[in-house]
Ligand binder design. Structure first.
Ligand code: CUA
Length: 347
C-alpha cells in the first residue's frame, strides 16, 4: 500500500508488475540493509579500536575459520537465490501465453504506430482489453527504439532489422503511459503515448468502429499488388513455395539445414529472399528491401500467418471470406482454423 503511494513507482496494472516489483524491492532492501550494516560496523570499530596511547600498536589476528566460511557460503547462496528468482521472473516475461491477442507495432522517429488484426490503426494510443494477454510484435522503421509500459513493467527494444515481441496482461481498466526508452534522436522525449485499457465489450465496440478491412485482408491486397501470387500459388506448380500452412512449420533449406517459419523468417524471406532458400526452389525471388515499409510488412505477415495456423490455436487474424478463398487450393487440414473465441476480434 505504501509502495503504491510512493511517487517513484508507477501503478501496478499488469500480472507481471507485482512479480517485478517484489524482486526489485527485495534487492533494494537487501542492498540497503547490507550497506547500512557495513556503515554501522565501520563506525563501531572506528571508535572501539581507536588509537589510545601514542605508543600502542595493533596486534594482528586471524579471523576465526567458521566466520570466514560463513561470509563466503551465505552470500553465495543469497546470490544464487537472486539468480534463480530473477530467471523465474525473466521466463515469465519471455514466455507469451498461447491465447494472447496479437497486436503489431511500428516505431519510427518519433511516433508509435499500432495495428490491430481487424485493421484498426492507432498512433501513440493503444486500446487493449483488460484481463487478456496481449502479444505485441514490433519492428522499427529507422533506428533502435524501446517500447516501454511502466505500469505493466515491460520494456523491449524495437529493432530495425527484425521482429521482437513483448506481452502483458492488464489487470486494471485505465490510462497508462507509453514511453520510448531508448535515445533515438531529437524528439526521443516526445515519443510517448497512452495505452487505454478497457473492458472487453468496450474493446469490441471500439474495434467495430471503421477500418479498411482486417490486417490480413489488407495484406492480401498487398500480396496481389506486389505480384507475390504469381509465383506463390496454392498448388505445387508455382515457382515459389506454397505459403498456406507455412507459418510455424520447420522447413528444409537448399543447404539441407532447417529453419522455423516464424515471424522473422517470413520477414527475412521478403526482404532478403536469397538468405534462406527452400529446398527444391531456385533463388529467383527479387528483394523487396526498401519497397515494402514496416506497416505493409506487418500486413503481409498477418496474411501469410492467416493462411494456416498449424502451430497454435490462437486467433491471430480475422479470416476474411476472400482470404479463405485464396487458400482454398491448399489441403483442408492446413486451412481449417480454430473458431474465434468469445473475446476474439471477429466483427
Ligand atoms: Cu524512439 Cu526514443
Amino acid at each position: 500500500m505504501m509502495l503504491a503511494d510512493f511517487p517513484l513507482f508507477p501503478e501496478q496494472a499488469s500480472t507481471s508488475a507485482p512479480m517485478v516489483d517484489t524482486l526489485y524491492l527485495f534487492l533494494v532492501v537487501l542492498c540497503g540493509g547490507v550497506s547500512l550494516l557495513i556503515w554501522l560496523v565501520i563506525f563501531y570499530f572506528a571508535i572501539k579500536y581507536r588509537r589510545r596511547p601514542e605508543n600502542e600498536l595493533a596486534e594482528e589476528q586471524e579471523p576465526p575459520k567458521l566466520l570466514e566460511i560463513a561470509w563466503i557460503v551465505i552470500p553465495s547462496f543469497v546470490f544464487l537465490g537472486i539468480f534463480v528468482w530473477g530467471a523465474f521472473v525473466y521466463f515469465h516475461l519471455a514466455r507469451v501465453p498461447d491465447d494472447a491477442l496479437d497486436i503489431y507495432a511500428t516505431g519510427k522517429q518519433w511516433m508509435w504506430k499500432f495495428q490491430h488484426p481487424s485493421g484498426q490503426r492507432e498512433i501513440n494510443t493503444l486500446h487493449v482489453p483488460v484481463g487478456r494477454p496481449i502479444r505485441i510484435t514490433m519492428a522499427s522503421e529507422d533506428v533502435i527504439h524501446s517500447l516501454y509500459f511502466p505500469a505493466f513493467r515491460v520494456k523491449v527494444d524495437v529493432l530495425p532489422s527484425r521482429y521482437r515481441t513483448l506481452w502483458f496482461q492488464a489487470t486494471k481498466v485505465g490510462r497508462y503511459h507509453i514511453f520510448c526508452a531508448e535515445y533515438c534522436g531529437t524528439l526521443h522525449s516526445g515519443m510517448i503515448g497512452w495505452v487505454d485499457v478497457v473492458e472487453p465489450t468496450e474493446y469490441q465496440r471500439w474495434l467495430a468502429g471503421g477500418a479498411e478491412g482486417s490486417l490480413s485482408q489488407q495484406g492480401e491486397k498487398l500480396f496481389q499488388k506486389y505480384a507475390c501470387n504469381t509465383c506463390h500459388t496454392n498448388d505445387a506448380t508455382g515457382r515459389g513455395p506454397v505459403l498456406a500452412g507455412l507459418y510455424g512449420k520447420t522447413i528444409t533449406l537448399s543447404d539441407n539445414t532447417t529453419a522455423k517459419a516464424d515471424e522473422n523468417y517470413i520477414r527475412e524471406s521478403i526482404l532478403v529472399p536469397t538468405a534462406k532458400v527452400v529446398q527444391g526452389f531456385q533463388p529467383i525471388m527479387p528483394t523487396f528491401q526498401g519497397q515494402v515499409n514496416e506497416d505493409d510488412l506487418l500486413k503481409l505477415l498477418a496474411y501469410i500467418k492467416g493462411l494456416g495456423a498449424t502451430q497454435t490455436p490462437t486467433p491471430l487474424a480475422v479470416e476474411s471470406p476472400a482470404s479463405k478463398q485464396a487458400s482454398a487450393g491448399a489441403p483442408p487440414s492446413t486451412v481449417n482454423r480454430q473458431p474465434p473465441t468469445a473475446t476474439s476480434t471477429n466483427p
